[in-house]
Design a protein. Structure first.
Length: 373
């Protein structure tokens, strides 16, 4: 008599006469086999092969996402599109496959588990470095708290915007999409501060502020700029860039109309802006900070020229969790992508970086405590 183990699928050749207890034991996994085991195995056999195929396809999908993020998502339009999707979507197949595999093909359970952990970790951008970042002592250092915020002024809950500025009380505040903010209540919060404004950009600080310089980051078909300002800070000075790169919205809308080229050209324009910015950063000497709405997650090719220019992402170095800054007012209903950043040059040590409220604007503020030795 041959009985196939329902757990490890080993075919066990057993005597036709059962032991006195009416049970056999699998020679490989020591699972107890009853007279009905063969029937159960045949019944489960209808599911095991399709299940294994689904597991392999899921693992291949996750591996493709990891490779795409490594080589640069914008190198193909599907990767560029995926950057702005909720990445937890890719965890759903794993959540379904894992219990099925545990019950029907236990020896394969490591594969959907590993794939699911990859999604919850690197693909979704989980970060734990903030748990240790602030523990190292600093001596003879100057401390700076900086806050960046695309406020979309007047479009959401302005009271929440003002409340976060009061609560976190930054040394330097950099706003984007802030036109009209000083006439809408922000002036009462910034009493006694030095404020510089140009177009959508606002820079405020209790530190002395000279006039703003403009830096051109135009892309074909549009004139665009960011602002640069040099702030005296202790015995040195700090160069600040306040930046708002092109939105991916138009490119994503073009996909609805099956126009892949719109998404590709949109990403190319944002990459051109980033390369221009990187050129300015490379020319700077001394402590430099670049903050704002880059409209790109850290996996994006858009961020790489800035990293190559010597900047580091503050949340990646000293944040905890996912740090998502955008998505609260989309159909998803809560933040699911991190596109607002504080980037620091090599002179800075990042002690802590975190995200503020989710209701004041379409974007969440990002705050960082920095140390300049």
């Amino acid at each position: 008599m041959i009985i196939t183990c329902p757990h490890c699928h080993k075919k066990n050749r057993l005597p036709d006469t059962a032991p006195s207890r009416g049970q056999f034991v699998c020679g490989q996994c020591q699972e107890t086999l009853t007279a009905s085991s063969e029937h159960k195995t045949q019944h489960r056999g209808w599911f095991v092969s399709p299940l294994l195929a689904a597991i392999i396809l899921y693992a291949a999908l996750v591996l493709t996402l990891l490779i795409s993020n490594m080589v640069g998502p914008e190198r193909w339009w599907l990767g560029s599109l995926n950057l702005y999707l909720p990445q937890w979507l890719w965890a759903l197949p794993g959540v379904i496959l894992l219990p099925l595999t545990l019950g029907l093909a236990r020896k394969w359970v490591w594969l959907p588990l590993a794939a699911l952990l990859c999604v919850l970790g690197p693909i979704m951008g989980l970060n734990g470095r903030g748990l240790l970042a602030g523990m190292a002592p600093t001596h003879a250092a100057q401390h700076l708290r900086i806050m960046t915020y695309n406020v979309k002024w007047g479009s959401r809950d302005t009271a929440a915007v003002l409340r976060d500025i009061r609560t976190y009380d930054p040394d330097v505040l950099q706003l984007q999409d802030s036109s009209g903010a000083m006439q809408g209540g922000l002036d009462s919060v910034l009493v006694g501060w030095n404020v510089r404004i140009h177009d959508q950009y606002l820079v405020a600080s209790r530190l002395p502020l000279p006039e703003i310089d403009l830096r051109d980051i135009s892309y074909p078909g549009s004139v665009h700029h960011c602002v640069r300002i040099v702030v005296p800070f202790g015995s040195s000075s700090v160069v600040l860039y306040n930046v708002h790169l092109l939105s991916p919205r138009v490119g994503l809308i073009s996909i609805r109309h099956r126009q892949v080229g719109g998404l590709v050209s949109n990403a190319d324009s944002r990459l051109l802006e980033a390369n221009l910015l990187a050129g300015y950063i490379k020319a700077e000497h001394g402590p430099t900070l670049l903050t704002g709405d880059l409209n790109a997650p850290v996996q994006s090719l858009v961020c790489r020229p800035l990293f190559d220019a010597g900047l580091r992402d503050a949340f990646s170095e000293a944040g905890t969790g996912y740090g998502y800054t955008y998505g609260r007012y989309t159909r998803v209903g809560y933040p699911y992508v991190r596109i607002d950043h504080i980037l620091v040059s090599r002179e800075w040590k990042v002690r802590h970086c975190w995200v503020g409220n989710t209701i004041g604007s379409d974007h969440c503020p990002v705050i960082a405590d920095l140390v300049l030795p």
